[in-house]
Write a protein that binds this ligand. Structure first.
Ligand code: ZN
Length: 353
């Protein structure tokens, strides 16, 4: 039988969104080339917009930032766009409190999928609109620690935490995120449950989605549940993480020693996005450090070869991200794994280390 003469028409001139597999390959390639810039805080950006109870969907939902992806998607889209324009390579979805555990506090436990899916699609739209072949932009699904932790607050079981993250992951991945950011984590046990929950979701979806684990080290030098960065690293070292790191809690100054410790241990990439210093009610953003201060600290981290992904947490505005992006521009990413061991071995044999 002869082949039909007319082949399907190929649309050549419209920008075709990349497939998830192509985007993942592009993300890994970009991480080899440079330090990727993560966006600034969603929570403080939302606070800076004058929103009323009606914007959140009524008085009982006021303060539920995640619900805004359904009630005021325009506001969230502008925040995404502002961070992209400031120089962010990766933007985070508005889903920090997107598990059933947190949404149940607003009676929204039945909207977990809807909210996470919509949030991922909003960020995807903003990222795709700004992506070019040379500079693709990526979407990270934000997954906060929730309001209950297994060993600090109690009131929740390991299995419940695991199931909550499975559910959130499905919404985020089907909505189009490139990577999951398990962030501001405060308890190693919760981290383990969350990682298992993510694995369950990926198995159900038949997809593999990279994960970044980012914990909060408090001023006392440990996570809220008492583990140091070493203890945390040891307990998750077996897992294949796209990156591991720290965010929130304190500013970059307090983070420096823990970052060096993690750098000595981690055989994967490091992600770092501190708050803009400590809370300061007198400052406009509510935090101590301005854009240039943050740029100086993160620029130093980059020159020290300590980071692969960097941005800002609470109190970091688009201006902060713009200054950070400028400071990181042209700095090589941290070396890790085999590449780093080989170099450190060479230096040792030359007696330089
Ligand atoms: Zn924060």
């Amino acid at each position: 039988m002869e082949r039909p003469l007319e082949l399907p028409v190929v649309v050549r001139y419209t920008k075709r969104p990349m497939s998830p597999a192509d985007r993942l390959a592009a993300l890994r390639a970009a991480l080899e080339e440079r330090i990727l810039v993560l966006d600034g805080a969603m929570g403080t950006a939302i606070q800076a917009v004058d929103l009323t109870a009606a914007d959140f969907g009524g008085a009982s939902l006021e303060g539920c930032n995640e619900h805004l992806v359904l009630t005021r998607p325009d506001v969230i889209e502008i925040i995404h766009r502002d961070y992209i324009n400031a120089g962010a390579d990766i933007i985070e979805t508005d889903t920090f409190g997107g598990t059933r555990v947190v949404l149940a506090e607003y009676g929204l436990q039945d909207k977990v999928y809807e909210i996470n899916f919509a949030a991922a699609q909003l960020a995807r739209k903003a990222a795709d609109a700004a992506s070019t072949a040379k500079r693709p932009r990526f979407v990270a699904g934000s997954m906060g620690p929730g309001t209950k932790t297994i060993s600090v607050t109690g009131g929740i079981t390991f299995d419940e935490v695991q199931a909550a993250y499975t559910e959130q992951t499905i919404g985020l991945v089907e909505g189009g995120v490139d990577v999951l950011y398990l962030e501001t984590q405060q308890d190693t046990l919760n981290v383990k449950a969350a990682l298992l929950g993510i694995d369950d979701a990926c198995a159900r979806l038949g997809r593999s989605v990279p994960v970044v684990l980012s914990v909060s080290i408090e001023t006392m030098g440990t996570m809220l549940a008492g583990q140091s960065i070493e203890a945390l690293y040891v307990s998750v070292a077996h897992r294949d993480l796209l990156a591991i790191g720290m965010n929130c809690a304190t500013g970059p100054d307090f983070m420096t020693d823990h970052l060096r410790t993690l750098h000595e241990l981690a055989t994967t990439r490091i992600s770092c996005y501190p708050n803009a210093g400590l809370p300061n009610p007198l400052s406009e953003t509510g935090f101590d450090l301005g854009p240039q201060d943050m740029a100086r600290y993160l620029g130093d981290f980059a020159r020290g070869g300590l980071i692969n992904i960097a941005g800002g947490c609470c109190g970091n505005t688009p201006e902060h991200i713009a200054a950070i992006a400028k400071a990181l521009d042209g700095q090589p990413p941290r070396k890790y794994g085999n590449e780093r061991s080989a170099e450190s071995y060479a230096l040792q044999s030359e007696g330089k280390e």
